[in-house]
Structures are given as structure tokens and as C-alpha cells.
Ligand binder design. Structure first.
Ligand code: PLP
Length: 375
């Protein structure tokens, strides 16, 4: 079900719908970042830049990473891209040849599977379970690896589960990557949205992994600029050289004034990121409270801004029927859980809510959700 299109249709018909579908932060973009983009446009900084991005923005990327994780990336190992999604597309195009296998933990962000298949790759699903805190065991990875395995996708903090991989979990995965010559493609776009004592660890920062990791990040969620389409990749020279070529071929480069804004964004102080996590934590607790009071069982997220729920208490045949009811009769849009699974019946009693919304939206949702009856 294309929730965004359905929600737009219902709204056009006059429905008062609270939308928990799309992962679009309701926060305003910090004014320093907007001012930097405006100043760049006013200064006619509006032409092509060098393909991987202006040196200042690549310097800002590697310096931020060095400060946060002690990494030693060179400026030429960073590429400023047109969003995280295209960065992933690009990395997978570079890495995956026809018939190569890529391990994808399930549930997964909806685009991974298509991106791998578009490159001619074979998706090898690795099931994870809420009861095991969505852990990936060494045993399961080892069983999934074949001589055609090129890479494993790691998305932490995770969309849709909110799973944050711990250092010991990543160390185990890193050891297998090295033993079996597998690369890690990491999607770290929610790295700053962490709850309680969670810590973000890029697998690339673990011993032996810098040279076998492609790290993807994005400005979209951290700075509330989903529509700007700006992100980046960090990868060792052999991979970043190839990724740069594909980036040139596909886009020539990211929008020049937004690169200038990226320099300012990446230079924001730690307080900005702490404030962001604090605000999201309040919203997480608010929505979990509303959902649990209305009969949902929530998978408590440790990071990112989504909450997966179990909806079996409502007695609907499947997630699609339940989401239809939510939209038509309750006035709330959310994403059917099966969108995040490839297996038959996977997620068929689950629904994902995105809570990067204004407080008024969360309050209004509480009232709508109170109409629901668990059986
Ligand atoms: N990766 C994950 C896990 C996402 O949830 C999203 C967007 O929702 C993206 C990548 C795409 O990010 P971008 O807007 O930077 O393309």
C-alpha cells in the first residue's frame, strides 16, 4: 500500500488525517544552515563544483568523523552526494555485479532490496526477531555467506525497528567480514538519534574494517532537510574512486549552495545533536504512551524515530486491513509492517509509526487513537 498517496487522496477529500507514514522531520531546518545556503546563492555560488564536492565540505565531513570516532579519513575518501539514498545506490552499483549476493537483515528500510536487485545482485535475507532484540548472530551470518557474498548491509540506528547495534555485536560481524572477505555497507543516517545510554559505533571504526566498509550518511534527518537531497559517503581509496566516477556519471555533483550549507551544518556544536536526541526522546515516549493506551504492543526503539508495533490485539486479518481501518475510520496514517519484510506473512501483524512530528500532531493522534478498540 502506498501510504503517502492514500493519505494525500483522503486529505484531498477533506479527511482530517494525522500522518505517521513518511519519515519527514517536522522540525524547522536550523537557521544557520538555511542562512548559509541563502548566502551562497546570493554570492552566485551556483555553478558546478568539483565532482566529489567542495574541499570545505569534505573537510567538514572527515573532521566531524575524526572528532566523533577517531577516524583518519583523507578528504579524498569523502564524497558529498545527492542524498543518502543515491549514495547507497551508487555504492551498491560499484560493488555488486550480476549474481553477487548481499546479506540484508530483515526487517529493512524499504529501498535496500530494490537497490541491490537493480544492480543485478541477489538479496540474501537474514531474519531478526524482536524477542532477540533484532540481534544478528554469528551463526546466522555464517550460514548466509557463500562464495558469491559481496557485502552485508548494516543500518544502525535502524529503520524500522530502532535497533542500535552494540560494539560487541559489531565486533562479531567485523570478524566474519574479515574471515570471509565480505564488505560492510553501512547506513548511519540516524546516528545522532539515540535514546538512553545508546552509543553509535560505525563498524568502519573497528580494527580491520576501515578498508572493507562503505559508510553512508545524510543531512536529511539530522538537520531536517529531507528535500535538499544531500548526504555523503566515506570509503577507502579504491572504493571512493569508483564511487566518485559513478557520482560524476549520475549527477555531476550535489547542489553547490547546499554544499556550502553542509559546511555549516557539520560544524554545529555537540549541543545541537544532544538537543535533537532529547526532543525525539520526548516524542518517542509520547507516542508509545498513546499507542500502548490504545492497545498496541510497541517495540521500544533505541534509536531513530520510528516505532514498530504489534497490532494482533485488534483482530484484523492483516496489516493492510488494519492500516485501511486506521486511515478510513480513525484518521491516522501509518505504514503496514509487511513493507519492511520480503518473506511471505512477514510483518503481517505489524505497523510502523513515525514520530518526528510536532507536539500538536502527537496530541491530535492521541485523541484519534483513543477511538480504537483492542479485542
Ligand atoms: N536510509 C534509511 C534507513 C532511511 O530511512 C532513509 C529515508 O527514510 C534513507 C536512507 C534515505 O535518506 P536520504 O533522504 O538521505 O536519501
Amino acid at each position: 500500500m502506498a501510504v503517502a498517496a492514500e493519505a494525500a487522496k483522503l486529505r484531498a477529500q477533506g479527511a482530517n488525517l494525522v500522518d505517521f507514514g513518511a519519515g519527514e522531520p517536522h522540525f524547522p531546518t536550523p537557521h544557520h544552515i538555511k542562512d548559509a545556503a541563502i548566502a551562497a546563492i546570493e554570492a552566485n555560488f551556483t555553478r558546478y563544483t568539483v565532482v566529489p564536492g567542495i574541499p570545505d565540505v569534505r573537510k567538514a565531513i572527515v573532521e566531524r568523523h575524526a572528532a566523533d570516532f577517531g577516524s583518519d579519513y583523507a578528504i579524498d575518501e569523502a564524497i558529498f552526494t545527492t542524498g543518502g539514498k543515491l549514495a547507497l545506490f551508487n555504492a551498491i552499483q560499484v560493488l555488486v555485479d550480476h549474481g553477487d549476493e548481499v546479506i540484508l537483515p530483515v526487517p529493512y528500510w524499504v529501498s535496500f532490496k530494490d537497490i541491490i536487485q537493480y544492480a543485478g545482485g541477489k538479496v540474501v535475507l537474514l531474519e531478526t526477531r524482536e524477542a532477540e532484540n533484532f540481534r544478528i548472530t554469528a551463526d546466522a551470518i555464517e550460514k548466509a555467506i557463500t562464495p558469491r557474498t559481496k557485502a552485508i548491509i548494516l543500518n544502525s540506528p535502524n529503520n524500522p525497528t530502532g535497533k542500535v547495534f552494540t560494539r560487541p555485536e559489531l565486533e562479531q560481524i567485523a570478524a566474519l567480514c574479515q574471515e570471509f572477505d565480505v564488505l560492510a555497507i553501512t547506513d548511519e543516517i540516524y546516528e545522532h538519534i539515540l535514546y538512553e545510554d545508546e552509543v553509535h559505533v560505525p563498524i568502519a571504526s573497528l580494527p580491520g574494517m576501515r578498508e572493507r566498509s562503505i559508510l553512508v550518511n545524510s543531512m536529511s534527518k539530522t538537520y531536517s532537510v529531507t528535500g535538499w537531497r544531500v548526504g555523503w559517503v566515506l570509503a577507502p581509496p579504491d572504493l571512493s574512486n569508483s564511487i566518485r566516477k559513478v557520482h560524476d556519471f549520475l549527477t555531476v555533483g550535489a547542489a553547490s549552495p547546499l554544499q556550502a550549507a553542509g559546511v555549516v551544518a557539520l560544524g554545529l556544536s555537540d549541543e545541537y545533536y544532544q538537543g535533537l536526541a532529547r526532543e525525539y526522546r520526548k516524542r518517542r515516549d509520547h507516542i508509545i504512551n498513546s499507542l500502548e493506551s490504545s492497545g498496541f504492543r510497541c517495540f521500544r526503539p533505541h534509536g531513530a524515530y520510528y516505532v514498530m508495533t504489534d497490532v494482533s490485539a485488534f483482530g484484523f486479518a492483516d496489516d493492510l486491513a488494519f492500516v485501511r481501518h486506521l486511515m478510513d475510520d480513525v484518521g491516522v496514517a501509518a505504514v503496514p509492517g509487511s513493507s519492511f519484510y520480503a518473506q511471505e506473512c512477514g510483518g503481517s501483524q505489524q505497523v510502523r509509526f513515525c514520530f518526528c512530528k510536532k507536539y500538536e500532531t502527537l496530541e491530535s493522534a492521541r485523541n484519534h487513537l483513543a477511538k480504537l478498540n483492542a479485542r
